[in-house]
Design a protein around this ligand. Structure first.
Ligand code: FES
Ligand code: FES
Length: 152
């Protein structure tokens, strides 16, 4: 029986095995390649998506468990002239990083902005603890997030 997934507001069908990791269906069937499979063990955050508004490593989620949920990938947040507040702040603060780690960070920070309007520098660091960048610091990302919170 085909899987039925709601991704970025659209109902999508997949004939994949129900235990296929969600990240693979997003990328290989739906061509939403912003979501990255890097560690495939739940450690790096590169595959983070929102499932019913909660940041979720899509490498660990069998697709069948996502049926009935609202799945939002980085492509479903903001694009072009309609960037979200965190996307604008990250760009303005020159905090954009590589395409492997950064989409997952944007997903995590989208959730933080929506749920923690009083977040401190330490709260932001804690929120990003599941999003690993192996090559630089997080300072500009934290600064950008604080600036996005300040204009909310
Ligand atoms: S690929 Fe999913 S957490 Fe690293
Ligand atoms: S892993 Fe993306 S900038 Fe470090």
């Amino acid at each position: 029986m085909a899987l039925s997934l709601t991704v970025n507001g659209d109902r999508r069908a997949s004939a994949a095995d129900p235990v296929t990791p969600l990240v693979d269906i997003l990328r290989e069937e739906f061509h939403l390649t912003g979501t990255k499979p890097v560690c495939r063990e739940g450690f790096c955050g590169a595959c983070m998506v929102l499932v019913d508004d909660r940041p979720t490593p899509s490498c660990l989620m069998p697709a069948a468990l996502a049926e009935g949920s609202d799945i939002r990938t980085v492509e479903g947040l903001g694009t072009g002239d309609a960037l979200t507040a965190i996307q604008v702040a990250l760009e303005t603060c020159d905090a954009v990083q590589c395409g492997m780690c950064f989409p997952g960070m944007v997903v995590t920070l989208t959730h933080l902005l929506a749920t923690s309007p009083e977040a401190t520098r330490d709260d932001i660091r804690a929120a990003l603890s599941g999003n690993i960048c192996r090559c630089t610091g997080y300072e500009r990302i934290v600064d950008a997030t604080l600036s996005a919170l300040a204009v909310k």
